[in-house]
Design a protein around this ligand. Structure first.
Ligand SMILES: Cc1cc2nc3c(=O)[nH]c(=O)nc-3n(C[C@H](O)[C@H](O)[C@H](O)COP(=O)(O)OP(=O)(O)OC[C@H]3O[C@@H](n4cnc5c(N)ncnc54)[C@H](O)[C@@H]3O)c2cc1C
Length: 412
């Protein structure tokens, strides 16, 4: 019987699962990918775009070129879902499904976005990053301040990478003695979920680069008139260029779906990514996945929001749905492994790798800075942004071979 698998969100998780399902399931199973934007931009590369190491064309590609031909892309905004009737309402139609995968990521709060005219910038949106590059090329002296508005935010390493790349960019512009880079976060340490050892390694990196780091600082107000920001502990900081990591909100269309918890995100089984509803799975930034045995302020700590997890979860859910449809057995489970190449400027990167579900604590280690890790990140970017064909296969083989050589079980 003809079945329809609907995937909401054509970002990292959505692209991976759509392609994997199309490659393994027969043509009579319809794979439908619902996405509001025709153009895909690779967020991890915004950091390089921000300091002029990429152009906008380098890091964007029409979504239809990144997904296999047999995937049915529908460029419409999803307005609501009804899991009791297996229906999705979009801006243009109502769609019925047999299996549903939610991968709509996170919505960014608009409060501090599109305010470059007031000297407030971001590198979490494609447009914001382009404006930030202009500002970083114009500033001649003073205080660059990067502030994280709220937790959770995607890619827990990104603000730290951004601070180091900006510092490097200022050094290249010959402004090392005239510009200070300051980084404020509500977190007690960098990447708290990965433990104190990794946090200390990142703090030392920041110190070595002369970046002023202020943990436990929650942004409470921005005064663009006086170019000052305030924190809930009473501290104030003046700025010449302000960069805010905006608050992340759960996707609005999920609010009345019955699938969310009190935080608004979608709780899922950590191994199967199954939601409360039958045949409905959620992956990536939209999920709320508790880390076993890990608590902070009486609340379970959550798996970070990162592309590497969206990707790994997509592969697992694809296997589970294939097994159901084809009547096969599968042992696929998401085991919480993840890695991150932490860009530090000067074409160097650190490499953090580990098991986030390990008990009693996640086991995540960071390797010393090296060109190899930077090269690995560039290779991944090339692989991600290549349409199917010779180049994609070449990059894929290089990544897999590199992983084997270094003992890192990469799955693509
Ligand atoms: C600057 C930066 C650097 C990063 N670096 C890294 C890194 O080095 N490593 C890493 O692992 N992660 C990194 N990330 C995080 C990574 O990009 C995200 O975690 C990842 O994209 C999450 O994948 P996803 O599929 O859950 O959501 P997304 O990739 O965000 O995709 C969601 C998609 O859903 C669509 N959508 C949302 N709502 C609707 C709707 N109602 N209707 C239709 N479509 C909708 C959106 O348009 C979007 O295309 C970085 C992020 C940023 C911003």
């Amino acid at each position: 019987m003809k079945k329809t698998i609907a995937i909401i969100g054509g970002g990292i998780g959505g692209i991976v699962i759509a392609n994997k399902l199309r490659n393994t399931l027969p043509d009579h199973v319809r794979i439908m990918l619902l996405e509001q934007n025709k153009m895909h931009t690779f967020a991890a590369s915004y950091l390089w775009l921000m300091v002029g190491q990429r152009t906008t064309d380098n890091i964007s590609m029409p979504l239809n070129r990144l997904v296999d031909k047999g995937v049915d892309t529908v460029f419409e905004e999803v307005k609501s879902i009804d899991t009791s009737a297996n229906r999705i309402k979009t801006s243009a139609q109502t769609i019925s499904y047999d299996y549903l995968i939610l991968s709509p990521g996170a919505d960014l709060d608009r409060k501090y976005l599109n305010r470059s005219g007031e000297g407030i910038h971001d590198f979490y949106t494609f447009e914001g990053t382009q404006k930030l590059l202009e500002a970083l090329n114009e500033i001649g002296s003073g205080e660059i301040v990067l502030a994280i508005e709220a937790m959770p935010y995607k890619c827990p390493g990104a603000p730290y990478e951004a601070a180091m790349l900006i510092k490097d960019h200022m050094n290249k512009r010959g402004l090392s003695g005239r510009i200070n880079v300051n980084l404020y976060t509500p977190e007690p340490q960098p990447l708290p979920v990965a433990g104190p050892e990794l946090g200390n390694s990142v703090s030392r990196l920041l110190e070595k680069k002369g970046i002023r780091f202020f943990p436990n600082h929650r942004l409470s107000e921005v005064n663009p008139g006086e170019k000052k920001i305030g924190f809930d502990n009473g501290r104030e900081q003046s700025y010449d260029l302000l960069i805010v990591v905006p608050k992340h909100n759960p996707p609005a269309f999920l609010a009345n779906s019955g699938l969310t918890d009190e935080s608004g995100w979608v709780p899922v089984d950590k191994s199967t990514l199954q939601t409360r509803a039958e045949n409905v799975y959620a992956i990536g930034d939209t999920t709320s996945v508790s880390i076993p045995g890990k608590w902070q302020n009486d609340k379970p700590m959550k798996l970070p929001k990162a592309g590497v997890f969206a990707h790994g979860q997509a592969l697992v859910v694809a296997d589970l749905i294939e097994a159901k449809i084809l009547g096969k057995k599968t042992a696929a489970t998401f085991c919480g492994d993840g890695f991150c190449m932490l860009e530090a400027g000067e074409d160097l990167a650190g490499f953090a790798y580990g098991d986030f579900f390990a008990e009693p604590n996640p086991q995540v280690k960071m390797k010393n800075l090296g060109r190899l890790w930077h090269f690995g990140k560039v290779l991944f970017e090339k692989w991600w942004l290549s349409p199917a064909g010779i180049r994609k296969t070449l990059y894929q083989n290089l990544l897999l071979a590199g992983g084997r050589l270094l003992g890192i079980p990469i799955k693509l």
